[in-house]
Write a protein of this length. Structure first.
Length: 254
């Protein structure tokens, strides 16, 4: 297969939750593949957004930065329209913004539950909706949601997060079959345990379980995940619709 099939030259991609971790790695990978990239995250991470944009530009890419919260659904369309105007189009949405609240299920509060589902599922849906409305009128596009290995193989102390990511996978399939007629391919990537800021406070006994359970014996690096998003955004994945692509170091297989 020609390597050009995996290129994103001339495409425009918006990545949510891109100030750090997996989102940061995805933004860099999209730019390296030739896409113009909009780096977005919550306003409190403005300095990190700027830093990621500068990193992309230093490598010869084109990047724009925007601060917004995916739970503030009234501003999503406005931000996306601004990004589309700045980039000269909007071909790819990477729906990556997410949070986790870890702890025993019996101790999780309504606030914990609502906060996790609000970002990881509600916010993701309305970002997908806004992107699809634009893409429908502009020749189609790609929407790639960040799912999780926990949607296939649950872990302890992750009830709300697991529920949200199970919902993401089901939502991905529902949107995929509904929007494919508009030339919009919707898929998801399911990372396994990854070394990011989200897991910095993970208790030692949980880390030991992760290391023991994973066939790789370690957490993945964000860079290990990014290539799957580039693939699903590329012409090489034109026939992939409604798929949850696991990049979990063999966790589910093991």
């Amino acid at each position: 297969m020609q390597t050009e099939m995996f290129r994103l030259d001339g495409k425009s991609a918006l990545v949510t939750g891109a100030a750090q971790g997996i989102g940061h790695a995805i933004a860099l990978a999209m730019a390296s593949a030739g896409a113009t990239v909009s780096v977005t995250d919550v306003p409190s991470k403005e300095s990190q957004i700027v830093s990621v944009c500068e990193e992309i530009r230093s490598r010869g890419g084109t990047a724009f930065g925007y601060g917004f919260d995916v739970t503030h659904t009234s501003v999503i369309a406005e931000v996306f329209e601004k990004a589309a105007a700045d980039m000269g189009g909007f071909d790819i949405l990477v729906n990556n913004a997410g949070i986790a609240v870890r702890g025993p299920a019996m101790e999780q509060t309504e606030e914990d539950w609502d906060r996790v589902l609000g970002v990881n599922l509600r916010g993701m849906f309305f970002c997908a909706q806004a992107a699809a409305r634009y893409m429908k009128d502009h020749g189609g596009g790609r929407i790639i949601n960040t799912g999780s290995q926990v949607a296939e193989s649950a872990r302890v102390w992750n009830a709300a997060y697991t529920a949200s990511k199970g919902g993401v996978v089901a939502m991905t399939r529902a949107l995929a079959v509904e929007w494919v007629e508009y030339g919009i391919n919707v898929n998801a990537v399911g990372p396994g345990p990854v070394e990011t800021e989200l897991v910095a406070d993970t208790p030692d006994h949980i880390e030991a379980q992760v290391a023991h359970r994973s066939p790789l014996g370690r957490r993945l690096d964000p860079g290990d995940i990014a290539g799957a998003f580039v693939y699903l955004a590329s012409p090489a994945a034109s026939g992939v619709v409604g798929h949850h692509l696991l990049v979990d170091g063999g966790w589910v297989a093991g």
